[in-house]
Design a protein around this ligand. Sequence first.
Ligand code: UD1
Ligand code: CA
Length: 432
Amino acid sequence: MNKDNISIVILAAGKGSRMKSPKAKVLHNISGKPMLYHIIKASQEISDDITVVIAHQKEEVQKQMQAYFDNINFVVQDAEKFPGTGGAMKNVKAKNKKVLVLNGDMPLITSKALQGFLELDDDVIMSIFDLEDPNGYGRVIIKDNHVQYIVEQKDANDGELNTTTVNAGIYAFSKDVLEKYIPLLSNDNAQEEYYLTDVIAMAKNDGLSIVPLLVDEEHFKGVNSKKDLADSEEIMQDRIRTHWMQEGVIMQLPSTIYIEEGVAFEGECILENGCRITGDSKIINSHIKAGSVVEDSIMKNSDCGPMAHLRPLSNIEDTHIGNFVEVKKSTLKGVKAGHLSYLGNSEIDEGTNIGAGTITCNYDGIKKYKTIIGKNVFIGSDSQLVAPVTIEDDVMIAAGTTVTSGTVPSGNLALSRTKMRLIQNFYYRFFS
Ligand code: UD1
Ligand code: CA
């Protein structure tokens, strides 16, 4: 695709007060990535000239986006003097003759959904949809098939409020239109803001053609509240799951499975109900059982769960992780850890069996230390491995042992227990 026909401006400077959150609206996550990330990603597929307008929490918004993208222009809105979506456009300088303006709170947009704006060549193209419940959106007033103006909910009279045709919040303007009308906007309205939407009425009154483009809510939904955030998350999750099922992943009760953007699957993978896979996890030929959580980890030819937790930077291969096992920042190759364990900051090698209740004591209250376990080691149940510790190949650790020695050399049995005693008839004496 030719990406130098169109400039894209993304408005991301607003507070988003309706979110009732200390966090800037566009930084709220959908499927593990900020809303603004999703919209920039879609924009990059159609344009090389992308400008993001920031103001509220501008350093944080810029910093987070720069971690994902280079080649984005950031423009700061003077939100004190010129608040509103029109004020946001004041300092923008677009390269190309055609400028697509997107609200930053539309995480469900895709490059495909934007095609309609690229194909038409009018002074103004604006997106509309019809909603049963138009609450929160600007109403689009159309007469004789021509757009007359847009009125914001807070400024609308009863007749206008009954209009169910709303402004979806995406526009393609010719650069000339923006240069002419943005300086002419006023803030004479209920919110005392400069509304970008007022450009429409001005252009119409000057006889320019305003083309309404009917779009679908599934792609053009705006997020203004936490309820919208949750609704959009469901749509995004459905897309992510559908994509991976098409790529060959087996999912049992898919609607209960949560997969973040950034997770990848290869080969034949099975995901049981209620599992959650996040970050940059990579799952290859593996089976994740019910209720398990896998965060930023790699699984290859392995299985985990039910109810297992792979925390960030775990890398397991040819390994069985059973129920109630937590693994963190550890590499396990050819290992069995079937039940109730915590394995943190560890490296565990082939043929090793980790008994039920084994704990790596990796933290002394100040620092974290490593546990290294070699090949063919048998760790008995309910053992504590006090790190830093190295257990060499071919070692047995007796059940209930607390390993504190630093190194257990090959061939040894380590055993630390108090000797068991039998006290005859104690039970009967005690309860008599
Ligand atoms: C806007 C439209 C409304 C449309 C709706 C679609 C205006 C005046 N209204 O309303 O007609 O139905 O989108 O979703 O444009 N922003 C800035 N600077 C500001 C204010 C907002 O950059 O000073 C950004 C926000 O960060 C946000 C976007 O513009 O990403 C839209 O702002 P928002 O306050 O959500 O506008 P709506 O009230 O939803
Ligand atoms: Ca909005």
